[in-house]
Design a protein around this ligand. Structure first.
Ligand SMILES: [Fe+2]
Ligand SMILES: [Fe+2]
Length: 239
């Protein structure tokens, strides 16, 4: 087994736990109904800003830390991460725009809608703090290269979970997509991003098989935090 194959199989439990999580499943299931999915998406976009706005900086800083550490494979990965970072700039603006459009939609339909600015001011729940701390700890620690595993796992979610949620939202909300720009963009964009992540990780692990464990730990922790985040958003969105 190559080291990247070992990585993939070590991520299996966290990926399966995510895919089988009841909240993760419900938001992709038409049984959730139009108004609850709409409410979930409002919360998801509002609270997701705190997990999306820092992404460009996280990737750039992790890349810089890799270059500073230096060594076999690490410098190359660091340089690639630094170049890749700009591709994540301002993605939180899509969430803010979708949040406002979803609240407008709700108002137009005569359903009580929250004030989008109040939603943006909500206190961050534990999974948001956990997700942010995970990145900061990776960047400040001895294994900044583990950022690539976090990126890989979260961007892979766009292709499965994100696509499932987008399909469900298009159907239930009869949406032309104008309230779903974050999901819509990521389902397409992250095809390229996950190909990049996989290539970088495979190259890095072939040079540094000893780095397997930190990559597995970071990828697993990112998935677990994101799974808790989805559950939290759903719990805050009763209808
Ligand atoms: Fe993004
Ligand atoms: Fe991306």
């Amino acid at each position: 087994m190559t080291t990247i194959e070992s990585y993939e199989s070590a991520l299996d439990p966290a990926r399966t736990a995510f895919a089988q999580d009841p909240s993760v499943r419900l938001v992709q299931d038409p049984a959730i109904g139009e108004t609850r999915l709409e409410s979930f998406l409002i919360t998801f976009n509002a609270l997701g800003v705190a997990m999306t706005e820092p992404v460009e900086g996280w990737i750039r800083r992790a890349g810089q830390a890799c270059v500073d550490t230096g060594g076999s494979g690490t410098t190359e990965l660091g340089e690639a991460l630094q170049k890749h970072a700009a591709g994540e700039a301002d993605h939180h603006l899509m969430m803010i725009s979708d949040l406002r459009a979803l609240c407008d939609r709700r108002t137009r339909a005569g359903r009580p809608a929250p004030d989008p600015d109040d939603m943006l001011g909500l206190e961050w729940p534990e999974p948001v703090h956990r997700y942010r701390e995970l990145h900061e700890d990776v960047i400040a620690g001895d294994t900044p290269f583990a950022q690539i595993a976090i990126e890989n796992e979260i961007e892979l979610l766009s292709l499965g979970f994100g696509a499932g949620m987008l399909d469900n939202a298009r159907t239930l909300l009869h949406s032309d997509g104008s309230e779903l720009s974050f999901l819509d963009e990521h389902v397409s964009l992250d095809v390229g991003h996950t190909a990049f992540n996989k290539r970088q990780m495979a190259g890095f692990l072939s040079e540094r098989p000893d780095a397997l464990e930190p990559l597995v730990q970071a990828g697993t922790a990112a998935l677990d935090a994101y799974r808790a985040f989805v559950g939290h958003c759903l719990a805050l969105s009763p209808e």
